[in-house]
Design a protein around this ligand. Structure first.
Ligand SMILES: [Zn+2]
Length: 117
């Protein structure tokens, strides 16, 4: 599945960046991250299923844009389930074709840096 270089989420654009060695603020390794401040979905270059990671992070963007993101522990866990399960099922069953954007190159043998840079 091609990963678009940007996505529209309830009227706002979120860009996608494939990055080397993605980590959170505590230094923990991550497969993906949705940064609401910069409206960027980051995906680690070495994540095993980048398409599923993209869909998962897009789900977080939808939750944030719909003002459904809550910062209570049980809400965070519920949001993780609600974004992860559809991401898995969609990536198991569908090939997505970006509507507006270019696709990011994901070939493991080629340079995966963002083609816009
Ligand atoms: Zn998540």
């Amino acid at each position: 599945m091609p990963i678009p270089d940007f996505s529209q989420v309830l009227g706002l654009q979120f860009n996608t960046e494939i990055v080397e060695d993605l980590r959170d603020d505590e230094g923990n390794k991550l497969d993906g991250l949705c940064d609401f401040q910069t409206r960027t979905i980051y995906i680690d270059k070495h994540a095993p299923n980048k398409e599923q990671v993209y869909l998962h992070e897009l789900g977080h963007a939808v939750f944030e844009r719909a003002s459904l993101t809550q910062h209570h522990d049980w809400c965070t866990k519920l949001e993780e389930l609600l974004v992860d399960i559809p991401a898995k099922v969609i990536s198991e069953n569908f090939i997505l074709i970006p509507k507006f954007a270019n696709s990011l190159k994901l070939d493991e043998n080629k340079d995966e840096t963002n083609p816009r840079k």
